[in-house]
Design a protein around this ligand. Structure first.
Ligand SMILES: Cc1cc2nc3c(=O)[nH]c(=O)nc-3n(C[C@H](O)[C@H](O)[C@H](O)COP(=O)(O)O)c2cc1C
Length: 347
């Protein structure tokens, strides 16, 4: 890739081929978050990305597809969820939907489909794929990128032989993809995490979390980043899959107040405070584990977005959102070019 720039993948249906291709056309690495894509949809997605992207692109999966207790919902849990969700669905004029046969696609099945489709880059979060999957990537020439929130996770990824490691500071929007300790115990900022990781791993390190402009790019590269990964700044662009209300919120006053919450998916993630994060704050122990919570919130989101509402949906965003300036990937990348061209760092 010509630019040391990665467009962070977005799960939850917020990635688009248009955004990934806009970034890859400019020489960065466009990414598509595919953790909700069923295994039989992966070949088609990779074909679409291949056709649209001039350069390399990454397809991203979540290695751990459920938390303890999240693989099946007991009748008691379903009844408790009905109590929590029914008033909100009623408010939106809908009945609480019946649970699906499976709350999330299986990572193992997705990985098999991904290996067959062989995208240029496979990036992943929430764990390290088993050695056979990483071996198969190497044989097929698929580069691998894993994400770490602590030094221990970076060392685990390095030992597994991944091609690059994303060091993700807690400033970042979206999930805290911790996999060795609880996310709440893995809250390192990009400034502290980057040099600790760079000094201890063989793989090139990509800095993520809190970078939205040239100053952030320069700082990350001074800390030893081979490249930078921006999420929130690309999510705010017109090409992303964020709803118009979500994008407007990222540019609004509310972007000054982000929270780390399990209220949307059962996993800790950063987004703008809204009615849902507020009303769930003292009910967190009653919520379901991932992906059950995530499925119900996803259904509520579908209804809320259709009604133009932002109070009941996840408004993912990172701490640096109040400094967002650009509404298209092209304008954002152009603004970053002087900083991306500096020789600091190891790229
Ligand atoms: C809405 C949203 C969804 C995300 N989903 C994923 C994902 O599925 N996989 C992943 O590796 N990273 C995901 N991320 C993390 C980003 O790719 C990126 O690392 C992060 O946003 C960088 O921090 P920043 O938001 O401060 O720029 C997500 C981020 C956001 C904001």
């Amino acid at each position: 890739m010509a630019l040391p720039l990665v467009q962070g993948p977005f799960g939850g249906g917020l990635s688009t081929v248009a955004l990934a291709s806009a970034v890859s056309r400019r020489g960065g690495l466009g990414s598509f978050g595919a953790h909700l894509v069923e295994p039989d949809g992966i070949a088609g997605l990779v074909a679409e990305l291949r056709a649209a992207c001039d350069g390399p692109f990454a397809v991203n999966l979540w290695v751990s597809d459920h938390d303890p207790g999240g693989d099946a919902a007991s009748p008691e849990l379903l009844a408790a969820l009905q109590q929590i969700f029914a008033p909100y669905f009623r408010e939106l004029g809908e009945a609480t939907p019946d649970p699906p046969a499976a709350f999330h696609p299986s990572f193992e099945d997705q990985a098999e489909a991904l290996l067959a489709a062989a995208p240029p880059v496979f990036s992943f979060v929430f764990g390290v794929p088993r050695p056979a999957i990483l071996d198969a990537c190497r044989r097929r020439g698929i580069l691998t990128i894993g994400a770490a929130t602590t030094v221990a996770e970076a060392l685990a990824l390095d030992a597994a032989g991944v091609d690059a490691i994303v060091a993700t500071g807690f400033e970042a929007g979206g999930h805290r993809p911790s996999f060795l300790s609880r996310a709440e115990d893995s809250l390192m900022g990009t400034m502290a995490l980057m040099p600790l990781v760079v000094d201890r791993v063989r793989a090139p390190v990509i800095a993520a979390g809190g970078i939205v402009d040239g100053r952030g790019v320069r700082a990350a590269r001074a800390l030893g980043a081979a490249a930078v990964q921006l999420g929130t700044a690309f999510l705010a662009c017109d090409e992303s899959g964020a709803s118009p209300g979500h994008r407007a919120a990222l540019f609004g006053e509310g972007a000054h107040t982000t929270v780390l919450t399990r209220a949307f998916t059962g996993r800790l993630a950063r987004g703008l405070r809204n009615r849902w994060t507020h009303e769930m704050a003292d009910r967190l122990s009653a919520l379901a584990p991932f992906p059950i919570q995530s499925w119900y919130v996803g259904q509520l989101k579908r209804a809320a977005v259709a009604a133009g509402r932002t109070d009941l949906v996840s408004l993912w965003g990172g701490q640096a959102a109040p400094n967002l300036r650009h509404h298209t990937a092209d304008a954002l990348i152009t603004s970053l070019l002087p900083a991306l061209a500096t020789s600091e760092g190891t790229a």
